[in-house]
Design a protein around this ligand. Sequence first.
Ligand code: PRX
Length: 650
Amino acid sequence: MNEQIDNLMNESRRFAPSAEFAAQSVAGSDSYDRGAAGAEFWADQARDLLHWHTPFTQTLDWSNAPFARWFADGELNVSYNCLDRHVAEGRGDRVALHWEGEPGDSRRITYAELTHDVKRAANVLTQLGIEPGDRVAIYMPLIPEALVAMLAVARLGAIHSVVFGGFSAESLRSRVDDAGAKLVITADGGYRKGNVFALKPVVDEALAADGGQNTVTNVLVVRRGNNDVAWHEGRDVWWHESVDAASSEHEAQAFPAEQPLFILYTSGTTGKPKGILHTSGGYLTQAAYTHKNVFDLRADTDVYWCTADVGWITGHTYVVYGPLANGATQVIYEGTPDSPHPGRWWEIIQKYGVSILYTAPTAIRSFMKLGSEIPAQYVLSSIRLLGSVGEPINPEAWIWYRDVVGAGTAPIVDTWWQTETGAIMISALPGLTTLKPGSAQVPLPGISIDILDEAGEKVSGEAGGLLVVTQPWPSMLRGIWGDNDRFRETYWEKFGDKYFAGDGARRDADGDIWLLGRVDDVMNVSGHRLSTAEIESSLVANPMVAEAAVVGAADETTGQAVVAFVILRASEAGKLEPAEASAVLRQHVATHIGAIARPARIYIVSELPKTRSGKIMRRLLRDVAEGREIGDTTTLTDQNVLNLISTQVH
Ligand code: PRX
């Protein structure tokens, strides 16, 4: 791995900013000098970029580390910042959303219209009893109402927990329970790959579990898919009957900067997802700053498109809060890139004149596979800046992205960050940074990053180790919902007051940072985080399974693919052919957790490689799954196990 990275680092090409871009960069050439002020730099951004109902006098309070408080005596309303103030300042007629439905329907929504919609929805939520601090689960397709729902919850000082629409009833239920959600906002269904996928029936199933005992009092349902849905009188409310009829008068109240804004569940190293908690003022400050400066945003002329779903952190920060706080005009698209034809994304870019595109390497690699002829059929000349997120982008995909989508001139920002960091932490600044394909490059102004060895010592010069953030940052997580101990243990125990990100990294001779992937049992599949432990416990919950081990194996398109090794119970062995058993179990995981967790391959084996203390040696299984020569097996109890597995697999 290190050798590969060394080669990449040595061979990497460099792209200096064009004189034209550099002369007009939004970030400004003094960005890094200003960033050196640390917390004070962020206080300047908070004042410049946001509207404060009550200005703050305190910047950072780290006295109760690792629980940070930013701008704590200030008050603001996040929804007001994303909506009302743009209207008040004369930008009401600017398009906020160009929404494109998968079947080809579309809607154009201005800031004035979006503000009205959110005010109406906020009035309905109040009628349904939602108060500041209450939790609201959102389980929706990517339609404008998903954004309206999030902003309405935020407007009331309540806390949203968006659950990606691909998660199963069981996953939804565990998130609803963990947060103690009072309301679920959903849709009958949405469009995906040319079909309607049902959502409301999944909500019904989730809420029916445990004899229907749960914390939810109402389900608010948007009509989108027109699929049949069951109706629970007294609990279920149609959006079009309530929101459309509600008053659009609603004054945004001020809330303290540390008012919780949302919980977003993400996978960790155990079977139980973590509810990452973000708050208001600091989060919005860094969301707005990074969105403006990393994407070189000119809000009055740019058309920005981030392809993420609102179910992920990228959708929270770079579809909802960053762009709307900055008054940007953006495109959102409900469906998949290949529906109904493989040129769909390029068609959308051409239709709306998209100038900034932010997407994931996995998407870029699948377009590469389909061939450059497809994008070549569309006019992409509006593109002036490209972004990448979610996993390292291989230089080949970087160059393709720049040449084919960016006409060989658009700068690419490779942005490193996490659900926990809330906003971008490491990235080039367009116009300032000489770009290097494959490297996420440098910490943003105001962000302090270091690379440490296992013992917590800084590694200096050209070297590799573990990535840490050494100073608190405004959009940092404020905890794990309901589990402060896990918060401390996961991120702070290893290196004291430095935040341990869970990623390996190397620094090259120029000081640029190259991300090397996770150092824990977390996989990264198509830019989404999945836990090996969560999929293993799902597999062993199936009565056929005696034991299971899951690894992330390198995959050309998705970065990593989920590969499972399963031992069947003696009573089951022989009942099904291995291929059939594997198909049944793949479906089991999809039903249990959600389609995104479905293993790409499941091998039915008779043994698993273990150390003398009984720990499964995943490293060796990864070698097997990737078809590599098997590494050091000296700690393995039984050397024959691997030979056996290899013959069963290949
Ligand atoms: O391993 C890193 C990888 O994605 C992880 C965070 O996943 P998640 O919380 O789901 O957020 C994804 C979107 C921000 C990180 O720990 N990762 C994210 N961006 C990059 C990356 N790895 C390399 N380069 C990136 N640009």
